[in-house]
Ligand binder design. Structure first.
Ligand SMILES: *Cc1c(COP(=O)(O)O)cnc(C)c1O
Length: 439
């Protein structure tokens, strides 16, 4: 089923005035084909497009909407804050309350600074780590995404070298040269890098739950090794919890794995659907930030009262309503409902899940733990599956390597609906795989 006439018309207009018709690339459906849904409104677990078609939504705006779309109490908090003024450029009570909520929730966190996106949070945390250690090198892992700051849009070089190369046009080679890229799930590679260059490393940056290239769940021992290596070398361990923070537990992956990073970055859920990011750590580290220290960082709309209100309302509802327990129960229900579907699938499929984050891995064997283990051919099979589900009124992410999200607005009935629609979608994926072999 093609997109409706109003979506087609709006997207044609969009393409004239927005590059690719979008303000963020994955929304353009390039990897699955077709015209994107142009969304008119959303509530709970459902989105409605401009043609009035409704879809059960497992994208959740890519992570922020842990309570579902347009939660009435979040909307009320936004309206109340906005009525008192939308921005002051001065300290406000709401930013103090959000910072207190973050510090109370996250293991070892003593101070935070609020910014306006996850990208900004990570970019600022890396600058802080460099300023605090007086070192230049940053280590990241292939398959992890940390937003689009220049020094993090870096891919692994060829062969065994860990030297980064630009992953985007416009990123100068000399920037990428300060980033080392390691494979996930590989202690030996990390040890070897630290043996070679440990005293030059400012920070090791990782998504403790890598969820931007499929869901590449890591072993706890691997994360513990990174904590050990950074501590011994005087480098900082930075957990990018922009997706996992307040998603997998109140204290994010740090709580789940029982490992405290030196710095943590947040976004998505902490803004409750408005643009917010934050980063933080121990007071002594954060004291390097301006105006206390020499690391400059600022923002006209940082600590914006309306955004703070949305984030704060979300964090309070998570606690009051025991949402994480509910999400874990829903996640288990998803596993149970999909088990027979996976077992009977005509094409390889496996479910990776942690809490309310899930991913369908369309390749043989268990879900991979490193980017190098991903079968790129899965993308074509996924495109067929994606469109089959969309035809059935179910929206997964328009990319094989983006995860799905459950929210507190989803019900077991919604999960059964997904499980009921999947067998036919997997048939379509299998047929697409047949076409691959044929031609
Ligand atoms: C989404 C994301 C970012 C970037 O956040 P934006 O708000 O999109 O800039 C950074 N890190 C991780 C792990 C993310 O998932």
């Amino acid at each position: 089923m093609a997109a409706g006439p109003r979506c087609e018309e709006l997207f044609a207009r969009a393409r004239r005035v927005l590059p690719g018709g979008v303000n963020s690339p994955v929304r353009a459906y390039r990897s699955v084909g077709g015209t994107p849904l142009v969304v008119r409104r959303a509530a709970g677990a459902e989105i409605e497009d401009e043609d009035g078609r409704r879809y059960l939504d497992f994208v959740g705006s890519w992570g922020p909407l842990v309570l579902g779309h347009a939660h009435p109490e979040v909307l009320a908090a936004i309206a109340e804050a906005a009525a008192r003024g939308t921005t002051f450029g001065a300290p406000c009570a709401l930013e103090v309350e959000l910072a207190e909520a973050l510090v109370a929730a996250y293991p070892g966190l003593e101070q935070v600074r609020c910014v306006s996106s996850g990208t900004e949070a990570v970019m600022s945390a890396v600058r802080l780590a460099r300023g605090a250690t007086g070192r230049d090198l940053v280590v990241k892992f292939s398959g992890c995404y940390h937003g689009h700051a220049d020094h993090l849009l870096v891919a692994a070089g060829s062969g065994l070298a860990t030297f980064g190369r630009p992953a985007s046009a416009g990123v100068p080679e000399p920037f990428a040269a300060l980033t080392r890229v390691l494979p996930l799930d590989d202690e030996e590679a990390a040890r070897a890098l630290f043996a070679r260059e440990g005293e030059r490393i400012a920070a090791v940056l990782i998504e403790p739950i890598p969820a931007n290239n499929g869901l590449l769940l890591q072993r706890r021992e691997f994360l513990a090794t990174l904590a050990e290596l950074t501590r011994a070398a005087g480098a900082l361990l930075v957990f990018d919890e922009v997706i996992s923070g307040f998603r997998v537990a109140r204290g994010g992956a740090a709580e789940l794995y029982g490992i405290e990073p030196d710095l943590a970055t947040f976004g998505k859920i902490v803004g409750g659907g408005l643009p917010v990011g934050a980063f933080g750590g121990k007071r002594a580290t954060m004291a390097h930030l301006s105006p206390e220290g020499g690391v400059y960082q600022a923002g006209t709309l940082s600590g914006n009262p309306v955004a703070m209100a949305a984030g704060l309302a979300t964090l309070r509802l998570l606690e009051r309503d025991g949402v994480h327990e509910r999400l874990e129960a829903l996640g288990r229900a998803l596993e149970r409902a999909l088990a027979p579907v996976v077992a009977a699938s005509p094409t390889p499929v496996a479910l990776a899940r942690v809490g309310s984050i899930f991913w369908l891995s369309l390749q043989p064997g268990p879900p991979p733990r490193a980017a190098e283990a991903i079968d790129p051919g899965a993308a074509r099979r996924y495109a067929a599956l994606f469109h089959a589900l969309l035809d059935a009124g179910i929206a997964l992410a328009p990319s094989a390597f983006e995860v799905g999200f459950l929210s507190a607005a989803h019900t077991e009935g919604d999960i059964e609906r997904l499980a009921a629609a999947l067998p036919a979608a997997l048939e379509r994926a299998a047929a697409a795989a047949g076409g691959e072999r044929a031609g």
